[in-house]
Design a protein around this ligand. Structure first.
Ligand SMILES: [Zn+2]
Length: 165
């Protein structure tokens, strides 16, 4: 009973409070404020929804990357790879000297700090599409694409790649 009494008092207070605010003088002001609130909130939520959509599409892209050959990428060993910060004509500094793998089906090339076949890890990496089968030594320009130090078998993105021995 005591609990019920308390809520009753509480709601009475709220009603009185609203009663005080909703007189004729303040009505226009409140309407204006609510309209302004809508103008501010609606575009923001649209923007947030757009942002969500974008992130969703990036996520789903990452999660659903399947090789053109169907299934997972089959990344075969292609020797060593070097990644430079600059361009072909102005290479800048070497940012990665690592292992090169290429998908046997779609020619996607990965140069990574660690050897995923044996280390289960990527480290710093560069990932590119090329049109042909590459040779033993590969040079890429334009810097790194990222780094991943987790276990590739437990990552939804890297699980889309296989690194056969
Ligand atoms: Zn592939």
């Amino acid at each position: 009973m005591q609990y019920l009494d308390l809520t009753h008092q509480g709601s009475m207070k709220i009603i009185i409070c609203f009663g005080g605010v909703f007189n004729e003088k303040n009505k226009a002001l409140i309407c204006g404020f609510l309209a302004l609130l809508l103008v501010v909130i609606v575009p923001f939520s649209v923007f947030a929804a757009e942002l969500d959509k974008k992130e969703d599409s990036i996520d789903s892209l990452d999660y659903q990357i399947t090789c053109d050959g169907g299934g997972k990428h089959r990344m075969e060993a292609r020797g060593i790879g070097r990644v430079f910060s600059g361009s072909y004509s102005n290479p800048g500094s070497e940012v990665l000297y690592g292992y090169t793998k290429q998908c046997a089906y779609c020619n996607r090339v990965l140069i990574s700090e660690y050897n995923p076949t044996y280390d289960n890890m990527i480290g710093k990496y560069r990932l590119d599409y090329v049109t042909d089968t590459i040779g033993y030594s590969t040079y890429f320009y334009g810097g790194l694409h990222g780094s991943f130090y987790g276990n590739i078998s437990q990552d939804s993105y890297w699980a889309g790649f296989t690194f056969p021995r």
